[in-house]
Ligand binder design. Sequence first.
Ligand SMILES: *[C@@H]1O[C@H](CO)[C@@H](O)[C@H](O)[C@H]1NC(C)=O
Ligand SMILES: *[C@@H]1O[C@H](CO)[C@@H](O)[C@H](O)[C@H]1NC(C)=O
Length: 737
Amino acid sequence: MVGHGGGEEECLPLFETKLVKGNVAYKIYAITVFVGICLIWLYRFLHIPRAQEPARWAWIGMFMAELWFGFYWIITQSVRWNVTRRYPFKERLMSRYGDKLPAVDIFVCTADPKIEPPTMVISTILSVMSYNYPPEKLSVYLSDDGGSEFTFYALLEASQFSKQWVPFCKKFSIEPRSPAAYFAQNSSPQDNTLAQEWLAVKKLYEDMKCRIESAIENGSISKDIRDQHTGFSEWNSEVTKQDHPSIVQILIDGRNLDEVDDDGRQLPTLVYLAREKRPHCHHNFKAGSMNALIRVSSEISNAPIILNLDCDMYSNHSDAIQEAVCFFVDEERGHKISYVQYPQCFDNITTNDIYSNVANAVNEIELAGIDGFDGALYCGTGCFHRRESICGGKYSKNHRGELSSILCNKMKDKTVHELEKESKVLANCSYEKDTQWGKEMGLVYGCPVEDIVTGLTIQCRGWKSVYYSPDRKAFLGVAPITLDQALVQYKRWSEGMFQIFLSKYCPFIYAHGKIKLGAQMGYCVYLLWAPNAFPTIYYVIIPSICLLRNVPLFPEVSSLWFLPFLYVFVSRNACSIVEALTSGATLKAWWNSQRMWLIRRTTSYVFAFIDTITRQLGFSQTAFVITAKVVDKDVLERYQKETMEFGSSSVMFTIIATLALLNLFCFVGGIMKIVWGMDLNFADHLVPQIVLCGLVVVVNVPVYQALFVRHDRGRIPSSVTFKSVVLASLVCLMPVY
Ligand SMILES: *[C@@H]1O[C@H](CO)[C@@H](O)[C@H](O)[C@H]1NC(C)=O
Ligand SMILES: *[C@@H]1O[C@H](CO)[C@@H](O)[C@H](O)[C@H]1NC(C)=O
């Protein structure tokens, strides 16, 4: 699908969609792999050991695991079949729509001033306030679910600092426009005029940061500061995080021509919101906060386009907003588009991405692949929405929403005080009672990964979506820097997604006939993460134990049946290496991702699966408490050296260590048995298991180091070592058949 090139400038499209090169080659390759998988199934089926033979059950288990892997592989083809790339043309947009650009509301959500420090939050806010976009068309909203006076104070400071920061950014075209990131990445410039202003702005920024941090350290806001703004009167002695009325404060009123930056230009509107919280009233987490933002902003600025960001995700590209707008205003296809999702990228990733946070192949291939079936996922952050569609509107052909003509005239004649008063009501607990909010309108309630479900319901109302991954990343967040955090995060995601699969939102049922089959399958690639756990565990335990017992589970190397196994294994890995390298990862990062793949499947997904099932049956769940989120200097140092961080005695670490040791024992034991006293003909049968077990051992080298070699505080604690040695030995001694 290529836009109609040529002709006059007027009819050139604002974006193009292109199929990635190599698509045909990939399809041919995929068919050969599919044949290989079928042959594997056939082999397993034809060679099931007879009832008396010892390996019968082990064999049947292998067959089941391979059936699942094959089935899951077929599902994943949906996200590789039609990988597409999007190309917006922001120059065309600017020349054609210069002063008719649609207004954009930017929502930033924060939940807890301890986990998400206010200084980080305001860096994100400042980065989005300084977009290269007409400021009178921008409004920035901060939703503070922590209801914290300190966050409000930080935002107030940011509103004052923005008067210097925004003109500074624009004058010198600096990037990135988050002051924290900018000053961390850049040292004092050579250029003399810039150098002076640079120093002055840096000092202002640091003084501001210092004031905010010292207020937080003191635990209270001094009377001097309180007197600066009437907004502080909202925080009386009764306000707590879980119990307070709605607070809405318009810190910068974009209409007010007196509120200008130091260069005399208008500033974006800036609003603080803490929706009402009451102990008896369920707040629905981030979805609830987004819905309150949607309503409050409709009263104040009512922009037709909404950008939704997490508070740690700063803008790394000051033109990103123009590129996103291209998709919405394209004359030909723009009116069908509901949202534009950007990939989740991170600021603090080490070269070889030890915890495989970036998932290059997922970002560059899989998510772009679902987009090929018009099924781009909504991932909860870094996403531009059309207000109309997220508010529950159905797509209809006849209606062409003229984005630029929806003016924000609603607020024109009201005073700031009136606006604040009226929008407070919209953020009250009781407002949503007996409405469609959380069902048909806004973000859907009741799922831990509400964003994915919300995206699905929007697509089922007839809208299209876009996944756009520019080379220069538009938004950068903060990645987890310990193994614990990384695994708990994946547990939460995989659990939430598996719940969706089992709920009424299962794409094969809910979206049947509404979105393409490829998109339904694409959703299931993620929704079915958790069930991968048990086949994977089976595959890394049983063949190894059978190796120790000299029970072959694969065809001998000299048999023709061995070929499909070899082909599927080698070509799958080769393909995965190629995918990783072409999406910008290093070889070592790929290798690390293989380890994380194994670890996630044998820990996070296991608990996610168990918890989902017990929840369905009405029992309670396992609870994982995130240990200290505040970054310890030690921990950070190890992260930067790419050393895996264990350190605590989580059950997850016991599983990781046990599996690693079990394979080590089996590998050593199996080799010794073969070398001493076995005829080599029999070894022919065991080669595949030796290789499999050997690979598990090699990929786990950092785990052995953490068990036995390292002495730092991030090593595996001795209690875990002890438990896992005992467990692994017991399993080795246990009869398997
Ligand atoms: C990662 O983020 C933390 C903030 O949470 C920061 O202190 C640290 O310097 C970052 N690390 C890297 C390697 O960028
Ligand atoms: C962030 O923006 C800078 C330009 O300021 C660019 O050099 C860098 O590559 C971007 N980061 C990512 C991860 O794309």
